[in-house]
Design a protein around this ligand. Structure first.
Ligand code: FES
Length: 134
């Protein structure tokens, strides 16, 4: 049975503040190679794709993690020259945490200090025996 993919979105519009280059496509390529099927992480079916903008424009390059019933994450200041290992390490961590939630001290390397958003998974209340439960 194939599991729902863990999605990694990379902004393709962000520009490096010094060079003016757009590093998104390079970062997408490096993440796809690092998470290719020969890597155990690929068993979780990661999908890496580009997005035009995720509203973190002041902190290029912006990368997001999202999966069903998990906390969604947005990180800024990602550089394809220096941060691929940290992003791959976080991908493995994110895969292994049931709800995707972790503190800054638990995240690898640069991702400890570059979170722009941590959005909890949706909680859908259900009615059981006349009581609403989360
Ligand atoms: S241009 Fe990259 S987040 Fe807006």
């Amino acid at each position: 049975m194939r599991s729902e993919p863990h999605r990694i979105f990379v902004c393709t519009s962000c520009r490096n503040k010094v060079t003016g280059n757009r590093p998104g496509d390079e970062l997408i390529g490096k993440l796809r190679r690092a998470l290719r099927p020969s890597d155990p992480v690929a068993d979780t079916n990661f999908a890496v794709s580009g997005v035009a903008c995720m509203a973190g424009c002041a902190r290029p390059c912006v990368v997001a993690f999202q999966a069903a019933e998990k906390t969604a994450w947005l990180f800024g200041d990602m550089d394809p020259e220096t941060d691929v290992d940290d992003l791959v390490a976080f991908a493995r961590q994110y895969r292994d945490i049931g709800d995707g939630w972790c503190s800054s001290g638990q995240r690898p390397g640069k991702l400890r200090r570059t979170a722009l958003a941590r959005v909890p998974a949706a909680i859908v209340p259900v009615e059981t025996g006349g009581k609403i439960r989360p």
